[in-house]
Design a protein around this ligand. Structure first.
Ligand code: GRF
Length: 220
C-alpha cells in the first residue's frame, strides 16, 4: 500500500480530507504517521480519532537539530510521499534535498503568484478576479517548487479574506486528495526541476476538473 506521512501544524482539515478519502476508498493509500511541530495542533486530535500514529517534534530555534530529528522520524516510517498540509515551519535545504521528489505542499494561491502568508488578503488588495490553490513539489525556495496541480475559483466583488478562505477550503481538500491519488496510481517524478507524469513531461500544472490523467493510463 502507498505510504504517506502528513506534516501538520494546526487545524488539520486537509489531513481530515485525506483520512476521509482513504476511509471511503477513494484514495488507496495508508497514512503511516502524522507529524506535528506543535503539541496543541487540532490535527493531532484528528489523527488520534482515526487511530493513526502521531509524533510531535516541538519547534526549537536550532533549525538543524529540528530537521535532523524530523529526518530520522521520516526515515523510520519509510514514506512513499511526504505531504505538507498546513505545516507552518520552513525546512532546511539539506532536508528538502534529501527527500527531493518525495515531498509536496498545499498552498492557497495560484503559484507562482503569492508565495508566503496572507494570500487571500493579497489577492483582494491586488484586485485579482481569480484565486485558487496549488499543490507543488517542495524545493529549497519557499513555495517555489514545480506546481503539479491547481484548482481555480472566481473572486467576487464582495469577497473578504474570510469568505475567500472558506470558499477555497473544499477545493483544497479535493485537490490534495486528487494529487495524492495521482502519486499512488502512477509515477509522478521530479527530474531536473521538471515534473514527469507517466514518464511524460508536464508542461502546465494539471487543473482539477479539467485535465486529470486517468489512473492506469500508462502510455510510454
Ligand atoms: C490551508 O489553507 C493550506 O492551504 C495552508 O494552510 C491551511 C491549512 O489548513 N497551507 P488545515 O490545517 O489543513 O485545516
Amino acid at each position: 500500500m502507498f505510504r504517506i506521512v502528513v506534516l501538520v501544524s494546526g487545524r488539520g482539515s486537509n489531513l481530515q480530507a485525506l483520512i476521509d478519502a482513504i476511509a471511503k476508498e477513494r484514495l488507496k493509500a495508508r497514512i503511516a504517521a502524522v507529524i506535528s511541530n506543535r503539541s496543541d495542533a487540532q490535527a493531532l486530535e484528528r489523527a488520534r480519532r482515526a487511530d493513526l500514529d502521531s509524533v510531535v517534534i516541538a519547534s526549537q530555534p536550532d533549525r538543524a537539530a529540528f530537521d535532523r530529528t524530523l529526518e530520522s522520524v521520516l526515515d523510520g516510517y519509510n514514506p512513499d510521499l511526504i505531504v505538507l498540509a498546513g505545516f507552518m515551519r520552513v525546512l532546511g535545504d539539506a532536508l528538502v534535498r534529501r527527500f527531493a521528489g518525495q515531498m509536496i505542499n498545499i498552498h492557497p494561491s495560484l503559484l507562482p503568484a503569492y508565495p508566503g502568508l496572507d494570500t487571500h488578503t493579497r489577492v483582494l488588495a491586488a484586485g485579482d478576479n481569480e484565486h485558487g490553490v496549488s499543490v507543488h513539489f517542495v524545493t529549497p525556495r519557499l513555495d517555489a517548487g514545480p506546481v503539479i496541480a491547481q484548482a481555480r475559483m472566481p473572486v467576487d466583488t464582495d469577497d473578504t479574506p474570510q469568505t475567500l478562505a472558506e470558499r477555497l477550503l473544499p477545493a483544497e481538500h479535493r485537490l490534495l486528495c486528487a494529487v495524492v491519488a495521482l502519486f499512488a496510481e502512477q509515477p509522478v517524478e521530479l527530474r531536473d526541476e521538471k515534473i514527469h507524469i507517466n514518464h511524460h513531461p508536464l508542461e502546465h500544472p494539471l487543473r482539477l476538473g479539467r485535465d486529470w490523467p486517468q489512473a492506469g493510463d500508462r502510455r510510454r
